[in-house]
Design a protein around this ligand. Structure first.
Ligand SMILES: [Zn+2]
Length: 307
């Protein structure tokens, strides 16, 4: 039997003693493909990597059929980060940044992973879109914290329904051939407020506190190490409290763009705006997520505009 994949997956687990649910996310080829294709400056790529690893962990906490999107908007060098994860495991993301502002901040020293310096003041939002005629669920919180995981943590501290702990690691690691590849890992534990008899609540509270400490004790190297299987890491951290793993969900770098979707967007634009997009009589729309180009010639544009 081939060995089970250790990358590009969400590994859910639970610890019954403390009424705790969690998931470990491992991202390898998926993340390297997305970040390498964009070819952003290193601090921007690392920040988008963190957003994608965080989105995968948070989306795994929800039951949904559609698209989970994590988005940040800020007044720092990185204006926008978008990462989305569909319920069938398609992952994509992109960033928008200001080169001059970024150079200015980089000149002041090490900034990798720093939300205040790279993203500035702004917000972090989560959206679940389950298609037309359904409610869009949205959570929003100010960018407060050194890392995106801390910002998400801040969100959970404000929320009274769920207690959660989060850890995210992103790095470029040389593969077997010595080529640097992007990798990421995230670990999230959460629980509902305990119910029942006082002794039960106490046991659960104690177990929860222990689980958060154990989660924090995991290192960034452990979270992204491809040689360390998800079960081995979870067992290493939580074995004393009896951790159980569930079926893994696989993830893959996959965009949902299509010519049809681009046409729908163009159809909604005023004719003069489309005319302004023309270069040598052609309109080329490039997908921000995957950089796929969609070209329309004069007659195709006319067909879209004459409706
Ligand atoms: Zn695309």
């Amino acid at each position: 039997m081939p060995p089970a994949p250790v990358d590009d997956l969400v590994q859910p687990f639970q610890i019954d003693l403390s009424g705790l649910r969690g998931r470990l996310v491992r991202l390898g080829p998926l993340l390297d493909e997305i970040l390498t294709r964009h070819a952003y400056p290193e601090p921007v790529a690392a920040m988008l990597g963190e957003a994608i690893a965080l989105a995968a962990a948070l989306s795994g906490a929800l039951k949904y059929d559609g698209v989970f999107t994590l988005q940040t908007k800020g007044d720092g060098p990185i204006r926008l980060l978008v990462a989305d994860v569909t319920s069938d495991g398609a992952v994509r993301g992109y960033a928008q940044f200001d080169e001059a502002k970024l150079a200015e901040v980089l000149a002041q020293g090490e900034v990798k992973g720093s939300v205040p310096r790279l993203l500035g003041a702004g917000y972090l939002a989560f959206t679940v879109d389950q298609g037309e005629h359904t409610d869009r669920y949205q959570g929003i919180v100010e960018l407060q914290g050194a890392s995106l995981a801390e910002c998400a943590h801040h969100y959970f501290r404000q929320s009274e329904q769920v207690e959660a702990g989060l850890k995210v690691a992103v790095a470029r690691v040389a593969d077997a051939g010595g080529v640097p590849r992007w990798r990421a890992g995230s670990l999230m534990v959460q629980r509902l407020p305990p119910e029942g008899a006082a002794w039960r609540r106490e046991t659960a509270d104690e177990g929860w506190r222990r689980a958060v400490i154990l989660m924090s004790s995991s290192t960034s190297a452990e979270l992204i190490d491809p040689a360390l299987s998800p079960e081995t890491l979870l067992f290493r951290l939580f074995h004393e409290d009896g951790v159980r793993v569930h079926r893994r969900h696989e993830l893959a770098a996959r965009c949902r763009c299509s010519r049809e979707r681009v046409e729908t967007v163009l159809r909604m634009l005023p004719a003069d705006e489309i005319a302004a997009m023309k270069v040598d009589g052609r309109v080329i729309v490039t997908c921000q997520f995957c950089s796929a180009p969609y070209g329309f010639d004069e007659s195709e544009i006319d067909a879209l505009v004459d409706r």
